[in-house]
Write a protein that binds this ligand. Structure first.
Ligand SMILES: C[S@@+](CC[C@H](N)C(=O)[O-])C[C@H]1O[C@@H](n2cnc3c(N)ncnc32)[C@H](O)[C@@H]1O
Length: 276
């Protein structure tokens, strides 16, 4: 297994249980490419343009040249980052502290996306200019802030509905959204993801970021297919490190005539799918 896929667990038993092997990744990529090859010409053209855009951005991010101007949202991002990627906090007092300290309360980890994934989401949202984003899995709001910052750059009045089922995380996220100065763009919902998705109207969202309980992604996809607008975009994280937990969604995407998909080889592996 390649080193780049071992970021979270190292070469642990947990990692080997859930991560995709190099062969499985190669098979996924060729299945997506095969579906793209037979897709309608108009859809194929638009999707290829988006993938080419992503390639350019990956080189850009890889070179470390991407910056945002100094602002409230950048300060909020920096604050979250300074607390570490796997922060732990006590829900009772919603106090954030470094992993490794002793707590009397329950320990909850943030599992925020890596900074480069945040950057890619930011650039993608700026390019797609969605009117409405749904994020499944807010945690403490790191990826939300990256996407909300991009919405401000599009010049339209886009908003993000972000969902998490843990009240303590929702509270912490709200405080970061306030600090970021982007809270007018963000609506936080403490809810179960599937219940929330089922309550949404058909064709009511343009962009979805999936970053929660991987084993339910197959069920989520059925609802996402219904609520995404035509040409809407779905991005799902952790294909490399939790791919085995999301086979149901990946299998549906491989066979789907409603979605065109591509594997983004960044950080923990993301799949981007466009609804035809
Ligand atoms: C990987 S973290 C999200 C990280 C966040 N997107 C970021 O990068 O800043 C996953 C989150 O999904 C939430 N979650 C898990 N299952 C859920 C469900 N069924 N409904 C709503 N939220 C859920 C967890 O509480 C957790 O905060």
């Amino acid at each position: 297994m390649a080193k780049r896929y071992r970021k979270i667990f190292g070469d642990s038993a947990l990692y080997r249980k859930f991560a995709l092997t190099e062969d499985e990744i190669a098979e996924l990529k060729s299945s997506f490419a095969a579906r793209l090859a037979v897709a309608d010409r108009t859809d194929r053209k638009a999707f290829n343009e988006l993938v080419a855009f992503l390639d350019v951005q990956l080189a850009h991010i890889g070179g470390g040249r991407y910056t945002l101007e100094n602002s409230d949202f950048m300060r909020a991002l920096t604050k979250i980052e300074s607390l570490g990627r796997t922060l732990v906090f006590e829900p009772e007092r919603a106090e954030v502290a470094q992993h490794g300290q002793k707590f009397t309360g329950e320990r909850i980890e943030a599992w925020s996306v890596p900074r480069s994934t945040g950057m890619l989401l930011n650039l993608l949202v700026a390019r797609v200019a969605p009117g409405r984003i749904i994020e499944i899995g807010t945690s403490i709001g790191y990826s939300t802030i990256w996407m909300a910052a991009a919405l401000c750059r599009t010049g339209n009045a886009g908003i993000i509905d972000t969902i998490d089922n843990l009240p303590a995380k929702v509270d912490v996220a709200k405080s970061f959204f306030h600090a970021s100065g982007l809270d007018e763009r963000i609506v936080v919902h403490q809810a179960d993801a599937l219940t929330y998705l089922r309550s949404q109207s058909a064709g009511s969202v343009d962009f979805i970021f999936l970053d929660a309980d991987k084993e339910r992604y197959g069920e989520y996809l059925d609802e996402i297919e219904r609520i995404l607008t035509k040409n809407g975009i779905m991005v799902a994280d952790n294909v490399f490190d939790f791919g085995k937990n999301m086979v149901s969604m990946l299998d549906k995407l491989k066979r789907s005539t409603s979605f065109l998909s591509h594997l983004i080889e960044l950080d923990n592996g993301l799949v981007i799918s466009k609804k035809c």
